[in-house]
Design a protein around this ligand. Structure first.
Ligand code: PLP
Length: 280
């Protein structure tokens, strides 16, 4: 079976999945999305992802075409049709098709799109050696808690990081580290795990929540507070969390080495516990 597309309740091969030019997602980025991956063929943290999709949709006053229960069935069905060992499911909801006017159309029929493709994990070498990140000013809007399809600032940032040979862009707002372009950022300082608190400056990452829960369970102190850029540079350990990166060690920030220059012990322990939790 080829990659799977799904448009407004109907499955089809991805190459046949089409959305009209006047879709507001295309014209304005007027929509929200989710990315869900599988482990052992089962969607990971599906309820949390669907709850966040609902929150994002509500935040932009977008009516939902399907309930979370219906979405859960479609996601599982898409994964089954795709038949991959591991799948990456992308869901996008937009404010539908209408003549191009900024204000909401009088009657909204949202466009609902899903794709299912094969999931490829991050290169194992990056995981064992750790990655580099490039810090830069956070030029995004003030509602980063909404998983909006407006990703231009993230796209520009990640491209800049890529050109600099870094794996991820790390955003800094008012001298404080917020998150990455596709991930949340965590550091270890004096044995405590520190990360930006939930709020409008970051996306409430599903993997962030899993990592913090695992850390607390292992007796690691967790501080949800802003991290100063200076603190970041002096951190003992650093890692990224996210659906695609899982728990990924960072060993370089700009031109500076993090800690010993190798993935840190707490980072490695959390990744190990994360992996083990997937089997249970
Ligand atoms: N922050 C941003 C800006 C993201 O785009 C993502 C994931 O796409 C994350 C954080 C991590 O979120 P999650 O763990 O739910 O994938």
């Amino acid at each position: 079976m080829p990659d799977i597309g799904f448009v407004n309740g109907r499955f089809m091969p991805l190459r046949e999945a089409m959305v009209p030019v006047e879709d507001r997602g295309f014209q304005f980025g007027d929509g929200v999305y989710e990315v869900i991956r599988t482990y052992c063929g089962a969607p990971f943290q599906l309820e949390a992802h669907l709850a966040r999709l609902e929150r994002s949709a509500r935040a932009i006053e977008l009516p939902l075409s399907f309930t979370s229960q219906e979405w859960a069935r479609y996601v599982v069905e898409g994964i089954r049709i795709g038949g991959y060992a591991e799948s990456k499911v992308y869901i996008q909801l937009t404010r539908g098709v209408a003549p191009r006017e900024h204000q909401f159309p009088a009657s909204v029929r949202p466009t609902t799109v899903m794709t299912v493709r094969e999931m490829h994990s991050v290169d194992a070498r990056l995981r064992t050696q750790g990655v580099g990140v490039l810090t830069m000013e956070d030029l995004r809007w003030g509602r980063c808690d909404i998983k909006s399809v407006n990703l231009l600032a993230n796209v520009m940032a990640r491209q800049r990081a890529h050109l600099a040979g870094a794996f991820e862009a790390v955003f800094v707002r008012g001298g404080e580290v917020t998150e990455g372009a596709v991930s949340n950022v965590m550091v270890v300082m004096q044995g405590a795990l520190v990360t930006e608190p939930e709020g409008e400056r970051i996306l409430s990452g599903v993997t962030r929540d899993v990592a913090l829960t695992l850390a607390r369970k292992e007796g690691v102190a967790v501080q949800e507070r802003p991290i100063g850029l200076d603190e970041l540079r002096g951190a003992d350990e650093m890692f990224l969390t996210g659906t695609t990166v899982e728990i990924l060690p960072v060993v370089r920030v700009d031109d500076a080495v993090v800690g010993s220059g190798k993935p840190g012990d707490i980072t490695k322990m959390l990744y190990d516990r994360f992996q083990r939790s997937l089997g249970s």
